[in-house]
Design a protein around this ligand. Structure first.
Ligand code: F6R
Length: 607
């Protein structure tokens, strides 16, 4: 969601900025723009609605010289429609300053009225234009002083990066709430970005700005105030050289990430489970399970919330820990009952989701113990949590989450088993689950080989516009996640329900044009789910079963997608992969932009 990329160095900035923005495309956006400054004190702005490629096409015929400092932005519209006028960078009235912004300035309407009273005229509908005009109003010759004043007036959230026509080698800005990193290379070129991953290969070291930081890079030096720290090499911040942006032979990153899930599971288990001795051993886990928590409250959004719903099932069934799950978008605005006996778990792939981050701050303010299940080391949630477990899914490049979900539910399973061991989980059960978990990565890799069969069923159902996703108990969160994947990737309407709930209302929608997908492995509610299948069939509805290979009732279903039967705790992984592939193939058949679904952003950094 909104990406910022800035550069100052000795090279022409234009290609560097557009290439940098291309690295941030995964965050989701609807328009893009860049602004550069040269030694003759000229500002040059190029904007385009649509993809970064369209921006690049516009730059192809432009020849610039000595524009060696600049800022770029991918915009995900919040204030004002998707037009070039609203696209960043935005400029001051005298076109001296230009700014890019990620976040929302909540008091922009009041500030705009004050500025209008002072005679300022606005050309866009954005809160960002208010920021740059306010900066202009506050400016009295000292950029940092004006920035300080600005940040004491605007109400967050923001990551802001400015350039100044009169100081062509200067980049300056501030961060509160939205992420921002600054990197530098041996040639003394400086980069600013919303995501350190976009700096891989460009810089040798980087620093993640903290909330409240104000920075100024000028003539090859960087100053970060609030703390006035020197920019020193910090081992934690040495960029890894992982090759995350390679598609290899896959047509889409989404498919590549689905196929990585066997290895992701190995990564999640490594260092936590010793399959030889059948033990769980990890310092963080040992610490958290010995603190005497009596309850758990899981808080997350979207896919991570669905992982939390399965986490609840694991924690209640295996560890006998009463567990509540809240969507973070609601949690902060409800009445929170925070106590010391509850473990507050925040699940987030990006570690930057504003709703989850804000909810975490509320829990911390009330002295609750916060625990992160996160995929991005150094992310805001990771830095704020009392303790955390990394999900080791590797970078999820494109918008819809797949391998991060698998890594999250695997992490929850390990957490529940670790708690279970301390809280009377039968050892035979513990051992049997661990034994089966060891086989899981290979099982998932074998299942992925059935992708073509899943595609045939997806092709058959692609013309349908509405779907139910059904499941119960452990399988309800899997149905919920499968339904979300279908919505995101195919733009088809789907709703997830407990199959038991169907008869309480939704059944009214069933007819021959409204198929249902039921997730029905070989476990306790199998027969109850079969009754739901019968209810649908007797009303003329079609049913696709996501079922185990030993299911003796296959002929009940119009179509079925099969996985190897295993334990209740592990079948959910196979079911997840089947539903991901089903959504992926249907989207491909329908010709959707799979890696960049419309209207969506990868990292949702506004509330
Ligand atoms: C769906 C998806 C989103 C995210 C949600 C929370 O495919 O990716 O629903 O799960 O925006 O994001 P994180 O996990 O980064 O907090």
């Amino acid at each position: 969601m909104c990406g910022i990329f800035g550069y100052t160095g000795k090279k022409e900035a234009m290609d560097i900025l557009t290439n940098g923005l291309a690295q941030l495309e995964y965050r989701g956006y609807d328009s893009a723009g860049i602004c550069m400054v040269n030694d003759d004190h000229n500002l040059y702005i190029i904007k385009a609605v649509g993809r970064v490629m369209e921006l690049k096409n516009k730059t192809n015929w432009i020849k610039l010289t000595w524009y060696t400092t600049g800022i770029g932005h991918t915009r995900w519209a919040t204030h004002g429609s998707v037009t070039e006028n609203n696209c960043h960078p935005h400029t001051s009235s005298d076109a001296r300053f230009a700014v890019v912004h990620n976040g929302i300035i909540e008091n922009h309407s009041e500030l705009k009225m004050i500025l209008e009273d002072q005679g300022y005229v606005f050309y866009s509908e954005t809160d960002t234009e208010v920021v740059v005009k306010l900066f202009e109003y506050l400016f009295n010759g000292d950029n940092l002083r004006a920035l300080r004043k600005l940040t004491s007036v605007i109400e967050w959230a923001y990551a802001l990066v400015f350039i100044d026509r009169e100081k062509p080698s200067m980049l300056f800005g501030a961060k509160l709430g939205s992420p921002l990193v600054i990197g530098k290379n041996k040639e003394n070129a400086w980069y600013v970005s919303s995501d350190y991953k976009s700096l891989i290969g460009l810089v040798d070291e980087y620093i993640t700005l903290e909330d409240g930081d104000i920075f100024c890079i000028e003539n090859g030096e960087c100053k970060i105030i609030n703390r006035w720290v020197e920019f020193i090499r910090d081992k934690e911040h040495i960029i890894e050289t992982e090759q995350i942006m390679e598609l290899w032979d896959f047509p889409h990153f989404m498919l590549k990430e689905i196929y990585e899930q066997g290895q992701v599971l190995r990564n999640v288990f490594a260092g936590r489970i010793d399959f030889k001795t059948k033990t769980i051993n990890n310092i963080t886990l040992n610490e958290v399970v010995t603190q005497g928590f009596e309850r758990v409250h899981i808080i997350a959004s979207g896919t991570s919330y669905h992982a939390g719903c399965l986490g609840r099932q694991y924690l209640e069934n295996l560890a006998n820990l009463p567990t509540e799950v809240s969507v973070s978008t609601e949690f902060k605005y409800g009445t929170q009952f925070i106590d010391k006996k509850t473990l507050y778990i925040f699940v987030s792939q990006s570690g930057e989701t504003a709703d989850s981050l804000e909810s975490m701050k509320v829990v911390k303010e009330k002295w609750g113990y916060t625990f992160g299940i996160i995929n991005v080391p150094g992310s805001s949630i990771a830095r704020l949590a009392h303790a955390w477990l990394f999900t080791h899914a590797g970078t999820e490049v494109w918008v819809a989450s797949s391998k991060a979900f698998t890594a999250q539910i695997a992490t929850f399973l390990i957490l529940a088993l670790a708690f279970g061991q301390k809280r009377n989980l039968e050892n035979t059960k513990f051992i049997s689950i661990l034994t089966d978990m060891e086989k899981l990565p290979a099982r998932i890799e074998k299942l992925l080989q059935t992708s073509d069969q899943i595609r045939l069923i997806a092709e058959k159902y692609a013309p349908y516009l509405n779907f139910f996703y059904l499941g119960r108990s452990y399988e309800l969160p899997i149905a919920m996640e499968g339904s979300l994947k279908l919505k995101e990737l195919t733009y088809r309407h789907s709703e997830a329900y407990s199959s038991g709930e169907l008869k309480h209302g939704p059944l009214a929608l069933i007819d021959a044009n409204f198929p249902s997908i039921i997730v029905n492995g070989s476990w306790p509610l199998y027969s109850k789910n079969l009754s739901s299948v019968q209810e649908i069939k007797s009303r003329g509805g079609k049913v696709i079963g996501v079922i185990a290979d030993n299911d003796v009732n296959k002929n009940l279903y119009d179509d079925f997608l099969i996985f190897e039967s295993s334990l209740r705790e592990t079948e959910v992984f196979s079911e997840t992969v089947i539903l991901q592939l089903f959504a992926y193939h249907m989207a491909d058949v329908l010709g959707r932009d799979i890696d960049k679904p419309r209207n969506l952003a990868k990292s949702v950094t506004v509330e």
